[in-house]
Design a protein around this ligand. Structure first.
Ligand SMILES: Nc1nc2c(ncn2[C@@H]2O[C@H](COP(=O)(O)OP(=O)(O)OP(=O)(O)O)[C@@H](O)[C@H]2O)c(=O)[nH]1
Ligand SMILES: [Mg+2]
Length: 302
């Protein structure tokens, strides 16, 4: 293949929180690089996922979902990461959930740069739509906005209509040399993935408010022959939250540890020795300096 026939480009996946952006990315890559959950505001960082098919390299950017609660520094950081990923990309995938077009979607759509040719509207979770007859009129209304060149209904979870989305992306991909090696799937380290897997297990095991107060920091990641030693701190903001995360007689923390270890063993293909500590870092979600030392660097997104 001559290098001139090569195609490569950046594709941002944006939308409100919880619409299924990370689920879609994992499905496209055929591998879990982004954690997902039924609770909002799961993704906190910009993640790159790379898919190379023959002469075409697609570099996907998963972003934190936009949300209106942007009072805290962490929320501002997440919205800023998402906004910056809307600019300077080759293709923008705007994901919505089913046929609910909300005021927030409208506001967010107004932020999409004016380039009709490069924006695709993805209607996700079509498996949950009961009134299938409503789909065509909805698509017609959306196409009248003249904002999206393609409107593609999919189900990321049930793997429906993903090839149509891939075809649409491939058609928009500009010519260019590949940026990553053909076999590279992500730009994240195993260490970062470990922190995310642990955070995912926390999110699914605690009540509705606590996920937003938890941050995971890997203190040790040491690979030996057939075993990986991982020590991690789980930060919360208050002593009461610490109690909730540990659970009675340590039961919750134990369950988080076991689930994390099993998944990490599967990913790393080694035994994993995992030690978790819960610590209080008062007010970390609303302190820019603390956020920066914890890996949420506002400077990096602008
Ligand atoms: N029924 C159904 N559920 C889905 C589909 N895609 C995603 N979900 C579920 O929707 C929830 C949110 O998915 P995520 O992928 O975490 O959503 P997100 O847009 O990345 O969310 P943030 O990172 O918070 O912005 C999870 O419980 C997913 O399993 C789908 O096609 N159908
Ligand atoms: Mg996500």
């Amino acid at each position: 293949m001559s290098p001139h026939n090569k195609k490569s480009g950046y594709i941002s996946i944006v939308g409100k929180t919880n619409v299924g952006k990370s689920t879609l990315l994992n499905e496209i890559l055929g591998q879990k690089i982004a954690i997902t959950s039924r609770k909002p505001q799961t993704t906190r960082h910009r993640l790159l996922g790379i898919k190379t098919i023959e002469d075409s390299q697609m570099i996907f950017i998963d972003t934190p979902g936009f949300h209106k609660d942007h009072k805290r520094a962490l929320n501002k950081y997440m919205n800023k990461v998402a906004s910056s990923a809307m600019k300077g990309v080759d293709v923008l995938i705007y994901v919505i959930e089913g046929l609910n077009w909300t005021e927030e979607d409208q506001e967010l759509m107004n932020q999409i740069p004016e380039d009709y040719e490069t924006s695709i509207l993805v209607i996700n979770k079509i498996d949950k739509i009961n009134q299938k007859d409503d789909m065509l009129p909805f698509i017609r209304t959306m196409s009248e906005l003249n904002k999206f060149s393609d409107i593609i209904p999919i189900s990321a979870l049930k793997k429906q209509n993903i090839p149509a989305l891939m075809d649409s992306i491939l058609l928009k991909l500009p010519e260019g040399d590949h940026i990553y090696p053909t076999d590279q799937v992500a730009d994240i380290s195993e260490r970062f993935l470990a922190s995310e897997i642990i955070r995912e297990k926390c999110i699914t095991r605690v009540g509705d408010e606590l996920p937003y107060r938890i941050s995971v920091s890997i203190e040790k990641f040491k690979e030996e022959d057939r075993i990986t030693h991982i020590d991690a701190n789980l930060y919360v903001e208050k002593n009461s939250q610490k109690g909730m995360l540990i659970g009675s007689s340590g039961s919750k923390l134990k369950s988080i540890g076991t689930a994390s270890r099993l998944e990490l063993e599967d990913i790393l293909q080694t035994k994993v020795m995992l030690n978790l500590w819960v610590k209080v870092k008062s007010g970390w979600t609303d302190d820019e300096a603390m956020l920066s030392t914890m890996g949420y660097d506002l400077g990096k997104t602008s």
